[in-house]
Design a protein around this ligand. Structure first.
Ligand code: 4AD
Ligand code: MG
Length: 476
């Protein structure tokens, strides 16, 4: 008999039909009631076995074991579920030694502990919910752009350029690590390397996406990106996924509108398709917040927070206005900020969080940053000091999106690259777009894991990517 997904059984009111289900035992009570999960839903189906079931089988129905059940779906006698399965036959697919299984713990295992057993944590309700939500968000990304006629462009993972010009790249090389061939000046000679040149893992697909936008008008990328920044924080990964739309003829305002529409769309999609997962995560958050002092607990629950974002426009302010707000804030007057607020200096996460959590209490788009703290490709404003950049800051997270209108004027771009020591000749392909039919254009990058953090209410980025890569941590 073909396998039926547990989700389909639980979603339907239908009873009195036979099914086969397969999954992993979450618990086994009174030698009679199995809570079985196959990952299709947060909910377990209750499988009731007859009291005369062979003891050789019941002994092996332990938490974590995998089983196959043939049975009949019947109206449930117990409360909490509409239907359950009366088992006719149970086969053990894989035993699980109770004494050794780490998820057998009676108390709820901590997130820190589960991070150490990331290979098994999918089997908990929390991580099941998180990764189903992550899946839905990823699916919604493609749906959103496809519906709007964007072309999904696959940009390279191995690249010879540094898209952000920040020098935070992982080197890719086939040269021997010990005594690689060297040039006369002591630098590594890449002639013998696989690619015959120095290459890295990409930090962003933006520059290549710009090339695509100059033909398809609207493109997006969605792929893994890599940063060798040594930031061991709850918001940084060395390997993360980024979504980067790039649109010809858009200016910075169009770019902000697109980013807002996009964020609302994918949140709305998850709320529609993952209601039970999100309700579970909302309750998890309530339980977690109970550990915090009253004044640190968030005012809104997870679902309310998401609904708020769906129904309210983001605040839009310039960097200069943001600095003024911060300088005049009670927090600054009471010297509560660790880092000094000063025009020209990048906002630290404590400043970003003050703006969104304390001052505006909603997501904020900050525009027009000083050019010296932003990348070479951003369009220079007429004031000569700022660029048409936009960062979206989200409550509880800080920066979730970074984007800009791009510098489409060849002379301005060349001058800026010179000032910032970016080798324009090596990037002739990028410069060509400005020579051959250049147009105003804009785009942004959404850090996918930061988005998943926001939607799931989790607080550590290591908990929203299946296999996190962080400094000194690359298990599997
Ligand atoms: O602000 P960033 O560096 O912008 C770019 O890479 C542009 N090329 C994007 C574009 O305009 N097409 O990164 C974009 C976003 C950040 O706002 C943040 O959400 C996320 O990527 N991000 C990270 N997420 C996790 N770990 C890290 N180390 C991240 N660095 C950036
Ligand atoms: Mg940024």
């Amino acid at each position: 008999m073909a396998r039926t997904k547990i989700k389909d059984i639980l979603l339907s009111d239908k009873t009195d039909y036979t099914v086969n289900v397969k999954g992993w035992v979450r618990s086994f009570r009174n030698n009679q009631f199995i809570a079985l999960n196959d990952g299709s839903t947060i909910n377990n189906v209750q499988v009731v076995i007859t009291l005369d079931t062979d003891e050789a089988i019941t002994k092996r129905i332990t938490t974590g074991a995998s089983i196959s059940v043939d049975g009949t779906v019947i109206a449930s006698l117990g409360k909490g579920q509409k239907v359950e399965i009366k088992a006719d036959n149970i086969t053990i697919l894989g035993d699980c030694d109770t004494d050794k299984f780490p998820l057998q713990l009676k108390n709820r295992p901590s997130l820190e502990y589960l991070r150490e057993i990331a290979h098994l944590r999918f089997r908990t309700s929390t991580f099941g919910a998180i990764f189903r939500v992550r899946h839905s968000l990823a699916f919604a990304v493609h749906q959103f752009f496809n519906d709007r006629g964007f072309v999904y462009l696959h940009t390279p993972i191995i690249t010879a350029s540094d898209a952000e010009g920040a020098g935070e790249m992982f080197r890719v090389s086939t040269l021997p690590t010990e005594n690689p061939p060297r040039n006369e000046d002591g630098s590594i000679d890449y002639k013998e390397d696989f690619f015959g040149r120095c290459t890295n893992l990409t930090v962003s697909g933006q520059l290549e996406a710009e090339l695509g936008a100059m033909a398809f008008s609207e493109v997006y990328t969605f792929g893994p990106t890599f940063r060798a920044e040594n930031s061991n924080t709850a918001r940084h990964l060395a390997e993360f996924w980024m979504i980067e739309p790039e649109v010809a003829f858009n200016d910075i305002t169009d770019n902000m509108d697109l980013a807002e529409d996009f964020i609302r769309y994918i949140i709305g999609y998850a709320m529609q398709h993952n209601r039970e997962d999100l309700e579970f995560l909302a309750q998890r958050l309530v339980d977690e917040e109970k550990q915090k002092p009253m004044n640190e607990r968030s005012e809104l629950g997870l679902i309310e927070k998401l609904e708020f974002v769906l129904n309210n426009k983001f605040e839009r302010i310039t960097y200069t206005e943001a600095v003024d707000i911060l300088l005049n804030s009670p927090a600054n007057k009471k010297k509560k900020f660790q880092y000094e607020v000063k025009w020209g200096v990048d906002l630290q996460s404590e400043h970003e969080r003050y703006l969104v959590e304390k001052h505006f209490k909603k997501p904020v788009i900050v525009t027009d940053y000083p050019k010296d703290i932003k990348s070479f490709y951003m369009r220079q404003n007429d004031d000569g000091k700022t660029v048409a950049a936009m960062d979206i800051l989200a409550p509880g997270i800080g920066e979730i999106v970074g984007g800009s209108q791009r510098e489409e004027r060849l002379d301005k771009l060349e001058q800026r690259m010179k000032e910032m020591h970016i080798p324009a000749d090596e990037m002739y392909w990028y410069m060509d777009t400005r020579k051959f039919g250049t147009v105003p254009h804009a785009g942004f990058g959404l850090g996918f894991e930061r988005m998943v953090l926001f939607v799931t209410g989790m607080t550590n980025i290591r908990d929203v990517i299946p296999f996190p890569r962080t400094p000194k941590n690359a298990e599997f």
